[in-house]
Design a protein around this ligand. Sequence first.
Ligand SMILES: Cc1cc2nc3c(=O)[nH]c(=O)nc-3n(C[C@H](O)[C@H](O)[C@H](O)COP(=O)(O)O)c2cc1C
Length: 386
Amino acid sequence: MDLDLRFPALSDLRKRAQHRIPHFAWEYLDSATGTESVKHLNRAALDGVRMLPAALDGEFTPDLTTPLLGQDHAAPFGIAPIGMSGLIWPGAEAALARLGAHRNIPYCLSTVATRLPEEIGPLAGDKGWFQLYPPRDPNIRTDLLKRAKAAGFRVLVLTVDVPAPSRRERQLRADLAFPPRKTPRMIMQTVLRPEWALRTLRMGVPRLRLMEEYKRLDGNAPSTGHAGYLLRVNPDWDYVAALRAGWDGPFVLKGILRPDDARRAIDAGVDAVWVSNHAGRQFDGAPASVDVLPDIRATVGPDYPLIADGGVESGLDILRMIARGANFVMLGRAWHYALAALGPKGAAHLDHILREDMIANMMQLGLVSPREAGLRLWPAKNVGEM
Ligand SMILES: Cc1cc2nc3c(=O)[nH]c(=O)nc-3n(C[C@H](O)[C@H](O)[C@H](O)COP(=O)(O)O)c2cc1C
């Protein structure tokens, strides 16, 4: 089957995904919080970034290779951390880690994954990043960092935009709990998706395995509730300093939208800032990530690495983020729509779509490297603002 003919764009994979996974898993993946205005804004703002194509540039070959945090990556995009990935598609963490290693793009494992760092780290090769939701107990923190390092994760990412749970009304309506409850409604939804159900049976009910291990060790953790949230603290700059001192390798802050926070991150020895509004899942009053990038770029200067995410669906979107000031772009939901649609070959197909779309658009724009995208912004005054 020629996947390009049947699934030429992410939207085709997304459509199929919805018919292959139970309603509660779909709601978990696809939802945001509040009226989901941020989710829609991310899309609208990306569409609003316009660039002028080039003419008469002669022959050239675009090259997607992009350096970041001491490595060359095959393209300027990677796989953002998604908690409970394995609920969306059984085996998701392993499939995406393998994809990262084979296609030479970063894969970031979430603290609240359904698989342990020891299982996933080796699959990601040297492309593994470990995302931390900050444990309250310093002993757990130290142990977690030690385990992530021993499992081969090269980059540590501290997520700072989840100070507390958000409402996520669609998830509430879908009766979603971790681990999933076996209510008649859920069982019915599962029966309607036999491939997902059989794979889940084979792999075991998705659980927050890492967090559950620590919950048993943490005497202070309340006995009921979501293991992930029970262990977390709302970090501060002292926490950032402690992590900086405790991690020998690149260290990233994820979930920054304010230029002053980005400035402070540089002063705290953070190696890259990840500009993100958490895909609209935390705060429905935030601006689009792509809209705050120019101010943050102006604050951190031309050379400091900025990673960005939020609503990216195509190679053109990746170029738009870069044009606005990002060095590197991550996608979250997209990989999971692709996995849910076609399994691991869906994720590989998405990697192909993104690269081909980047190259097609770079040809239109006369760009040899994605990092030149800012030169094509229209109106051009945006360049001066950056
Ligand atoms: C279902 C889901 C779960 C997520 N879980 C995490 C997580 O565990 N840790 C984290 O730092 N970010 C998490 N995020 C945010 C993503 O890492 C990323 O910032 C966001 O999905 C990017 O936007 P996009 O999905 O539009 O590409 C999650 C996002 C989604 C959609």
